[in-house]
Design a protein around this ligand. Structure first.
Ligand SMILES: [Zn+2]
Length: 599
């Protein structure tokens, strides 16, 4: 897969210090030999995210994410492996061999981006040259300038089954992959390919690096279905993990210190047209935790400017809850009932829109306003259930200061003694905590039932990855593939043996990169590599003993079962009984040996 030579990758991995790299994004504090901080991949109040300078690995003991510097970049910046290597090289100031241009096959992700780029240019060019130029008018009629249309690379897909297809063919793209990206389809009758986006205006989706990862196509004729045709999920596009227009907004978000989120493409384009560039659109899906985490990379302050109607109000509250749970601050831009940001700016003005934003309306104030708007003189029970609902939300907030502020607002607006609210909130918090610990206790994986076995297998592999070379050699002399039961461990051991036989050594850094597309394996390898084993020789001896003992005990159980099953045949029973005696003897010897001998 990589065109970068492997020794170059080794050099980058060794030079891009993982602690320094992660410190750009996470506040890390020294804790013993390691560094600790709040995990950037899940929300938490107490740090369980550990970075080891010695091993050049990170590991979160909360959500399980872990790996080397490349894994971190891959996960955090959502880029493919090769790009992660490039970013790390840039960080470490290492020059990599130059790219020979897009015509060369540069790996799977690049291939997909190239297909989308061909399609995007085609859609885009249709607006500016040739026979479809008149469809530019669709956007002009929406009061969008050419500058904005170009900035977002808006486009047009003609009313034809075979316009994009020949371009994909002549560019030499893999048509099966183009179909996986949702650009073309295969006809069931003729088995031929045909264009999927037809007679639609096109909104390309960029990832934060500016690559085209998918498209949304809006219908132009009433009878067309669906109204919006979106690209399917693919290796480069995951629904709910991107925000439309975020790529174009990043610079402005940094300058302004906050991001607007709106619902639709046209809301976003209207704001941009009005000179407000720090805006991204949710477009099509409900707002997700992944989107909140994506925003967290760029700012902590989010202004939600959804439609003013009741559906929009509900969606605003939901989005605000998700955003605040991730430790960010949400504010709501409350528009009149029948307006969305697009119509509001057109009907009123940009200044009026920013005026509303500057009110810094908290999600709680917004909810209180909405509550009184819907219930003019609320009866006591209504009030109580509203308070209960709000306090339940507050119990989930990670930020204590903000919780305090909200309690104050709630007490003030609903005329309820603040200390009563505090009592009630604490009760909710205790209840949540109890449930959470219960959940954690019952959700422990199967592994726990074989914990001894699991630990021994993990220990052996950990020592193979990390241990001194004489210990590795002894282990490899004692242990075979049949000693393992965990499927991930079996794969890993097979791989290690192969590499050991081929190269005479093991390179744990490379190992993570080999499995870089396999999240489970990356987790497993990191967990094994980051563990500390104290007296390695003694630990190795114990693990080898455990594995051998488990193996013999398993054989014992199997033989005992066979003896029962074959009770009718004296010969068979005799044979198995002999074997059983033999394994019991071996087991005794093993135990004796373990007590007396050093490893
Ligand atoms: Zn985590």
């Amino acid at each position: 897969m990589p065109r970068i030579p492997e020794d170059k990758i080794d050099e980058v991995r060794a030079s891009a210090n993982i602690v320094h790299y992660i410190q750009q994004f996470v506040n890390l504090k020294k804790a013993g030999q390691n560094f600790k901080g709040l995990c950037p991949f899940h929300s938490e109040k107490t740090p369980s995210f550990v970075v080891s300078p010695e091993k050049q690995l990170f590991k979160c003991f909360g959500c399980g994410k872990g790996g080397n510097v490349f894994t971190f970049i891959k996960e955090y910046e959502k880029v493919p492996f090769i790009e992660a290597v490039q970013k790390a090289a840039e960080f470490a100031g290492i020059a990599l061999p130059k790219d020979d241009g897009p015509s060369e096959n540069t790996g799977y992700f690049q291939q997909l981006y190239a297909i989308n780029e061909t399609a995007c240019s085609f859609f885009e060019q249709n607006l500016w040259n040739g026979q479809y130029k008149r469809y530019l008018q669709y956007f002009i009629d929406r009061n969008l300038s050419e500058e904005t249309i170009k900035k977002f690379r808006l486009g047009f897909a003609p009313d034809s089954y075979e316009k994009l297809l020949p371009l994909l063919k002549s560019a030499g793209h893999d048509l099966e992959e183009a179909a996986n990206l949702g650009l073309i389809n295969r006809s069931e009758k003729s088995q031929g390919w045909f264009d999927k986006f037809r007679f639609r205006v096109i909104f390309p989706f960029h990832n934060t690096a500016g690559r085209i990862i998918g498209f949304g196509g809006r219908k132009l004729r009433e009878e067309q279905q669906p109204k919006y045709l979106n690209s399917p999920e693919s290796p480069i596009y995951k629904k709910g993990e991107i925000l439309y227009g975020l790529h174009q907004a990043i610079q402005s978000v940094r300058e302004n210190g906050f991001l607007y989120i709106v619902e639709g493409y046209f809301d976003l384009l209207r704001l941009v047209e009005a000179g407000i560039n720090n805006v991204a659109a949710v477009s099509g899906t409900a707002f997700t935790e992944n989107q909140a985490r994506l925003i967290r990379r760029y700012t902590k302050n989010v202004y939600i400017a959804f439609d003013g109607d009741s559906a929009g109000r509900k969606a605003s509250v939901r989005a605000a809850q998700i955003i605040e749970k991730e430790g960010l601050s949400a504010f709501i831009v409350r528009l009149p009932d029948d307006e969305d940001p697009d119509t509001f700016i057109l009907n009123f003005s940009t200044a009026a829109f920013e005026e509303i934003r500057k009110k810094n309306l908290s999600p709680l104030e917004f909810q209180i306003d909405a509550f009184f708007q819907e219930n003019k003189n609320p009866p006591l029970e209504e009030k109580e259930s509203f308070i209960e609902n709000v306090l339940n939300q507050l119990a989930e907030l990670p930020n204590q200061v903000k919780t305090g502020l909200y309690l104050h607002q709630l007490s003030d607006r609903l005329q309820i003694n603040e200390s009563l609210l505090v009592d009630q909130l604490n009760r909710f918090k205790r209840f949540r905590l109890k449930n959470k610990t219960k959940e954690e206790a019952t959700a422990s994986p199967k592994i726990k039932t074989h914990s001894g076995m699991y630990k021994a297998e993990a220990g052996i592999l950990g020592l193979l990855l990390n241990g001194k070379s004489e210990i590795r050699n002894t282990i490899l002399g004692e242990i075979g593939i049949d000693s393992f039961t965990n499927p991930n461990f079996i794969r890993l051991f097979e791989y290690l043996i192969q590499e050991y036989e081929e190269t005479g050594g093991l390179n744990p850094g490379r190992l993570l990169d080999r499995f870089s597309e396999d999240e489970e394996m990356v987790k497993t390898i990191t967990e094994l590599s980051i563990a500390e084993y104290g007296d390695e020789a003694k630990f190795a001896k114990d693990c080898v003993f455990q594995l051998k003992r488990f193996q013999l005990e398993k054989r014992n159980t199997e033989l005992a079962q066979l003896i029962k099953q074959e009770a009718a045949s004296d010969d068979a029973v005799l044979h198995y009984q002999r074997s059983l005696m033999e394994t019991k003897k071996q087991l005794n010897e093993l135990t004796k040996q373990h007590r007396s001998q050093a490893f």
